[in-house]
Design a protein around this ligand. Sequence first.
Ligand code: NI
Ligand code: MN
Length: 228
Amino acid sequence: MTTALTWLGHSAWQIDTAGQRVLIDPFLTGNPTATLAASAATADFILVSHGHGDHVGDTVAIAKRTGATVISNFEITEWLAKQGVAKVHPMNTGGARNFPFGNLKLTIAHHTSMLPDGANGGNPCGFLIRLNDGRRIYHAADTGLFLDMQLIGEEGIDLAILPIGDNFTMGPDDALRAVRLINPKAVIPTHFGTWDVISQDAQAWVARVNSVTSTHAVVLKPGETYNL
Ligand code: NI
Ligand code: MN
């Protein structure tokens, strides 16, 4: 079974697996690097890591148009329901559940989570997805480095998606330390290059990871797909 992961720019990802389409943090409108219009996005599920506008993004519009189920923390799903999203599934840190696309566990993330209108966005999270074929994807979302990444790595990560932009999240040096803690088979950087404040040389980071760890690091351009 091939799982296709397409970077939609910034921290937005589209995962096609088991006949299901999962969008993560679909920030498309206003994202200068987005390669997909929100009006063209399709989804069965949408995962939202925290309340910031560059992650909630177009979730409300896409969910209303497609009927996708939105999975996030309790506070964000309550807020989405108030915006008229019909299907939401609340979870919280450390909790896992089986969905048609696989098993999803919410991990900790060291960040903040206020929603665009100032509402309480609960605690930010990352996503640990165990695909139906047993392979695992860890999307760290917005976070600083934390030692518990080692616990996530103990689960056996096939692909990690890590922020490298710095300023709002881990930068390249801490993201390299994260790779050592997680020890994934492969890693792809995200949350960089959208604006000048998070501009990074991703090719240089990938070269470093490939030279000093046994993890296979790959950089995508927005719109490109990685087949797992
Ligand atoms: Ni954020
Ligand atoms: Mn962000």
